[in-house]
Write a protein that binds this ligand. Structure first.
Ligand code: FAD
Length: 352
């Protein structure tokens, strides 16, 4: 296996990795983007087919080149995949795939990035691996005794397999609301959440969320304190299928069950017989390859960061994981701002 040298290795070729690539290219740096997928598009190529953005295309742009408009409402996931594919071609970003990063080690001059096709020596690493490859399953008593189907939202494709069944949907976020909206067109559904779901007002979509996240970013950057960002507004964007589910009267959550039984779930005095349970319980950052670095965890948000880099280690940058790595940074439009700031800092503090 070969060892190659470059200034920066970007790990992950989804929207965050591409945004980093745009600014590295603009800064004239030597870099490579390593992505373990066969084709471009990051996690967008794996979302369930009916998933649409929660904003119009104009509000889902990466730096430099806007997403082509989508004529009827909010664009579907394949439109995003096409955009990301065209984006990396347009800027001739040096993406290598499929290349899976197995481990990152510190060296005297920076890092050694070990992959399944060889190693890279680099002065700096930008970690942009997203969360999709690490679905989170909570642990409940009886999970192994339950005889129905259990799947995570990351494996959900269409409602067809649930036709005529009774299906439990677990989770209080957008994935849960959207999957419930769709499954409830062919099945009876029971929605379980650990706290009452918080619906955004009907007129709040990705545009408003971006403005609020931007306000927070400005306030934090200018020392104006934390405005709280989008978290205080609510969680669930009322995209058309979710509004329709509300109109059909199926958008009612009940408190989380405590135990799974052989044929359903039990909580308090109630039991529900369920043919299937869909766990819409989120994801965690995909960081296993960083284990050799023994990064220090901070109780609130994972690894302790200063802006976008590891505390005390400006050459190791994290991009695209949500509020932890910058307001709005897990969105297509928001990641550009954090990528720009991260690359500016990296060039000034490490590479020049
Ligand atoms: P990803 O897209 O996951 O890209 C990371 C890439 O790194 C992947 O290709 C992955 O395979 C690769 N990778 C991981 N580990 C390794 C490794 N060890 N070696 C090499 N490669 C690796 N955002 C919006 O802006 N608007 C929306 O409307 C919207 N709706 C959403 C709806 C749902 C249900 C979900 C789940 C997310 C939504 N998002 C939306 C958020 C957005 O899609 C994700 O946050 C975004 O895809 C993250 O981009 P990323 O580049 O950080 O990660």
């Amino acid at each position: 296996m070969t060892t190659t040298s470059t200034e920066v290795v970007v790990i992950g070729g989804g929207q965050a990795g591409l945004a980093a690539g745009y600014y590295l290219r603009r800064a004239g740096r030597d870099f490579v983007i390593l992505d373990d997928q066969l084709t471009p598009g990051g996690s967008w190529q794996h979302y369930w087919p009916s998933l649409h953005l929660f904003s119009p295309a104009e509000y889902a742009r990466l730096p430099g080149w806007p997403m082509p408009t989508w004529p009827n409402g909010f664009p579907p996931a394949p439109h995003v995949v096409d955009y990301l594919s065209a984006y990396e071609k347009k800027y001739t970003l040096p993406v290598q795939r499929p290349v899976r990063v197995a481990a990152v080690h510190r060296t005297s001059s920076g890092y050694r990035v070990d992959t399944d096709t060889g190693s890279w020596n680099a002065t700096a690493v930008i970690n942009a691996t997203g969360t999709w490859s690490r679905p989170f399953w909570p642990s409940y008593p009886g999970m192994h005794e339950y005889r129905g189907t259990q799947l995570h939202a990351s494996n959900y494709r269409t409602p067809a397999p649930f036709n005529g069944q009774c299906v439990g949907i677990v989770g209080g976020g957008n994935s849960a609301a959207q999957i419930l909206a769709e499954v409830s067109t062919v099945a009876d559904t029971v929605w379980f959440t650990t706290r009452p779901p918080k619906f955004l007002p009907d007129d709040v979509d990705g545009r408003v969320l971006f403005e609020v996240a931007s306000e927070r970013a400005r306030a934090l950057a200018t020392g104006g304190g934390d405005t709280g960002g989008v978290a205080g507004l609510g969680d669930i964007v009322m995209v058309p299928p979710v509004k329709q589910a509300r109109d059909r009267g199926v958008l009612h959550a009940q408190p989380m069950f405590t135990t799974l039984t052989a044929d359903g779930v039990r909580g308090g005095d109630t039991t529900d017989k369920l043919d299937a349970i869909i766990w819409c319980t989120g994801f965690r950052p995909a960081l296993r390859h960083l284990q050799p670095l023994h990064l220090r965890s901070d109780s609130a948000a994972g690894i302790a960061l200063d802006h976008n880099h590891v505390h005390g280690e400006p050459s190791l940058v994290f991009l695209g994981y949500g509020d932890w790595t910058g307001p709005g940074s897990a969105t297509i439009i928001g990641v550009g701002r954090t990528a720009r700031d991260a690359v500016t800092d990296l060039v000034r503090d490490v590479l020049d």
